[in-house]
Ligand binder design. Structure first.
Ligand SMILES: [Zn+2]
Length: 148
């Protein structure tokens, strides 16, 4: 598959120091489209739908908000919101998001991925789970284990 100008620009915006200090690609040597295509395949193989995952994460975010920074136990999960000042734009330039992040822990499991409002948007709108080694990379199999 060929990188369109939109993807080329987004990938440039994802480099460290452009939009965020660490960037979005980690130490992944693949291009943006290769990362997205591989994750789409893995999500499908695991029976995960990007839209459903995004809705679930937004619901978790709403629960986390109730804790005002303290951990909140909700059903099988413990969620905690970490407020941060300021906003961050999407590297695809179609939105701007609060910088705050949420930690989601599945009770009795050693899984505590962090997600931000931007990473939920990237997942929902662009099917982008970030590059390997990125601190906000969301692994499909981690999602599967977290949600089941
Ligand atoms: Zn976007």
């Amino acid at each position: 598959m060929k990188m369109t100008p939109q993807y080329i620009e987004a990938q440039r915006n994802m480099q460290p120091g452009v939009i965020s200090l660490v960037g979005f690609l980690g130490n992944d040597a693949r291009n943006l489209l290769e990362i997205i295509t591989a994750d789409e395949r893995e999500m499908a193989a695991l029976g995960l739908d990007f839209q459903e995952v995004a809705e679930w994460l937004k619901k978790m975010m709403q629960e986390a908000e109730k804790g005002l920074g303290e951990p909140v136990v909700f059903d099988k999960w413990e969620v905690q919101l970490f407020e941060a000042r300021g906003f961050i734009p999407c590297p695809f330039k179609d939105g701007i998001f609060q910088k705050r992040t949420m930690q989601v822990k599945r009770l009795n499991k050693e899984l505590t991925p962090s997600v931000s409002e931007l990473s939920i948007h990237l997942l929902e709108k662009h099917h982008f789970l970030q590059g390997k080694g990125s601190p906000f990379r969301i692994e499909p199999r981690v999602l599967k284990e977290l949600m089941e």
